[in-house]
Ligand binder design. Structure first.
Ligand code: NAD
Length: 271
């Protein structure tokens, strides 16, 4: 049985994670954390998630429950994840990181600490999105430099970072296949007299509206035709299922930095 703690327990992903852990054989929720000062501290995590009492109280301090879990699943905010990472590294705990919008320095710290602890760090835990990543490698190889590539994404109005971590990852995959450096070719939104588009550019556009859970489209547009590869999330349960699957997968791992492609065994499939 894998003992899992989650942080951000009252959040959109946190509540979904509690529900999915309940439904997953081999997984047990043994800890739940939220930020200090909010009213649900001390409440039962299962009650907060709407799945009935589980006997796991929500605490406001990760350090107070270190004896209770093997792996921490963290879907919170970048600054909280950065702190939790240090705590887990010191206490020798595995981590599944779902939080997006980490700074370059915070990401570098994830990479460094993964030398001593096992971490799954993925911008998107859905199986469909990770299949999309593979399809993008294939499409980029087929089209090469003969098309314009544009990435668009839409999310709910509460999302705090843009473009989404998933859209950026899609850009990185396509850029890597085409021997381009994303930091040099990315264009984030356009306005005014922008001039003609140059071929190597990879454009990003962002919609924030209502309760859209997450939609991504990568367009490969050439003369006379275009291919669009689209993924649409219908609920948060697919992200939570992937994150819990990652937590179980980490059970016997030594130190290292992994992503959902590792968890799903997709790296063995040749594009
Ligand atoms: P949310 O705002 O609903 O939930 C975040 C929760 O974290 C809140 O309840 C907040 O109180 C809590 N929190 C903040 N600081 C904390 C701290 N110091 N300690 C403990 N808890 C703290 O957000 P959400 O929609 O659940 O998304 C959370 C993160 O997960 C975002 O970065 C989002 O982009 C990311 N996300 C990733 C994936 C993926 O597949 N990788 C999927 C969905 C969301």
């Amino acid at each position: 049985m894998s003992k899992i703690a989650i942080t951000g327990a009252a959040g959109r992903m946190g509540r979904t994670l509690i529900e999915i852990i309940q439904q997953t054989p081999g997984a047990e929720l043994t800890g739940a954390v939220e930020r200090p000062g909010i009213s649900i501290i001390g409440a039962d995590a299962g009650e907060v998630a709407g799945v009935g009492a589980l006997g796991v109280k929500i605490v406001d301090n990760l350090e107070s429950i270190l004896a209770d879990f093997d792996v921490l699943v963290d879907f919170t905010i970048a600054d909280a994840t950065a702190v939790n990472l240090e705590v887990c590294a010191t206490a020798n705990k595995a981590m599944v990181i779902g939080t997006t919008g980490l700074s370059e320095a915070q990401t570098a710290r994830v990479r460094a600490l993964a030398q001593k602890m096992p971490i799954v760090f993925a911008p998107n835990y859905s199986v469909g999105v990770n299949a999309t990543f593979k399809l993008l490698e294939i499409a980029a190889q087929i089209f090469g430099d003969d098309v314009d590539i544009e990435i668009s994404e839409a999310h709910h109005r509460h999302k705090v970072d843009a473009p989404s971590g998933t859209a950026l990852k899609m850009g990185e995959i396509v850029a890597a296949e085409l021997d381009r450096d994303l930091s040099e070719v990315a264009v984030y939104g356009r306005e005014g007299i922008t001039g003609e588009r140059s071929r190597e550019t990879i454009g990003f556009s962002t919609v924030r509206a209502g309760d859209i859970i997450g939609e991504h489209t990568v367009m490969f547009a050439g003369a006379g035709e275009r291919l669009e590869i689209t993924h649409r999330a219908h609920s948060r349960s697919n992200f939570a299922q992937g994150a819990v699957r990652s937590a179980l997968w980490l059970e016997d791992r030594q130190a290292g930095l992994f992503d959902m492609q590792d968890v799903l065994g997709l790296k063995a499939i040749k594009a």
